[in-house]
Write a protein that binds this ligand. Sequence first.
Ligand SMILES: [Zn+2]
Length: 597
Amino acid sequence: MIRKKDAGQWDLTLLYSSSRSHKLKTDLSSAETRAARFRKKYYGKVATLSVDQLETALHEFEGLQESIVRPQSYAYLLFAADSEKIENKKLSQQAMEFGNRIARELLFFDLELMALPDDRFLELKDNDLLATYRHYLEKLRRYRPYTLPEREESILKEKRLTGVEAFSHLFDELSSSFRYDFLMDGELLELTGEELLGLLHHCDSSVRERAFATFLAKYREQGIVIASIFNNAALDHGQEMEIRGYRSIMEPTHLANEVEPRAVERLMEVSEKNYPLAREYFHLKARLLGVPKLKHTDIYAPLAGINRIYSFESSKNLVLEAFGGFSPVFGAIVEKFFSEERIDAQPRHGKSGGAFCMGISPSLPPFILLNHTGNLRDVATLAHELGHGIHFVLAQKQSMVNYHPPTPLAETASIFGEMLLTRLLLHREADTKQKISILCAAIEDIIATTFRQIVLTRFEERFHAKRKEGLLTAEEICSLWWEENARLYGDSVEMTEPYRWGWSYISHFIHSRFYCYSYAFGELLVLSLFNRYLAEGKSFVPIYLSILESGGSRSPADTVRAAGVDLAEPHFWQEGYDFLRGLINELKRIMEVQQSS
Ligand SMILES: [Zn+2]
């Protein structure tokens, strides 16, 4: 067979033969026709449907969603693999507009379901014929008290374009326009922000410090614009809360995440109580780097003499062994990613940076994109994305509306996958230095996804509360940021002056309010599940499989309850930190051995 693609690229012909494929064209046009037909059939009539008719409507609705995501995902994947190819750009834009049109066409359906009278809703929800859709209906229903009449919703939506979305767009455009002059080995380089942040992993501490200072200085220079964007995003949120009647600033996020506010508050409190654990690690890292005290730019510094390179083939073998060792089901799913060529691993010009795994629908396989350059972090990324991939494959037991896991569970399988890899690497590694480096990477990852995210969330909370009282100057925002960071670092890490602007580039604050706690939520949940795996061994495997298989069919609390995990239990979050304590103790033990030898 003649292959047009290089090794290390994915094979998207599983979706369409090419961007000029006839099937792609007909799929795009027939989805629009079907959506129009659906609207004509059900618009204004949802409240009058019998149970049977409603079941048919929901089923049709799911079918429509499935027919939309195939061409949309294909366009997205093509663009991610080569954004410079003009036909990919065009197709991606076309697919975006197509998705937008259909979403507007179908919006009425959710609104009408939400508006059903109480007694009718209860009757439907408890009907076994609609069992598959029970969770979907309940989830929608929770927004009912905060939803306005259709006309007002439509005006709000339209005004967002020139309001908060315009500010958010400005933030993206401004930050991606930044170019930085950076002197490296006597040569003046022009770098992007992404490249500068990458230098936080450089082995020379002065390079790390200079890189981060250069990066943040650009945001400080644009302080008037940045502070205005932050102030307006918070004001907009405050206004919308009042208009819709939300009781607390994080309520919309909790609602979307399907979690109890009390569980989140407890997660934050327990995390703060464990801040000393992070400080203990920072002291150890200072010792490993041979400095009296760590600077905030030293946290992710590589250890001296660590330069092992992994070929893609050896990364592949490692992840196959890590997942296969956990369960043959996992091993088989991972194997298929490679044999069906659903991973694009080769770094190329025009290809998007970073990594992702795209789950499309219950009937189509997921795809993975990453940029494998051969360091240890790349192997971990492969394990991470394959974890997502396993989750997306197992969740294919669900129908379309229940397919995607809720945000707090979205990282469950990916973090678990990384833990499996870390265990395997530690087990196989004989060299003490390498072992220390593997452990440090795992600990730093956990600190970044737990403690740091709690610092971010607390900062965001205080910022919104202050904005209610009036406009904040950039200097005042810097002070809030500084105080929340100081609570974590204490005397274990020195923060230098440029870091006062550390809040200014974090796009989550602008794009997805209070998203950050979800990272901590997911990480601690996984640590606690992993702990159970270590204690229970093979008998834990089917329990874990059933968690992943449930996809988005239940709330996070209901999903993990099946594994005997109770999110309301006060000790639950502490168990995650106890696991981290175990890793830090292990690191200390190895460091002592190294010292005495
Ligand atoms: Zn992930």
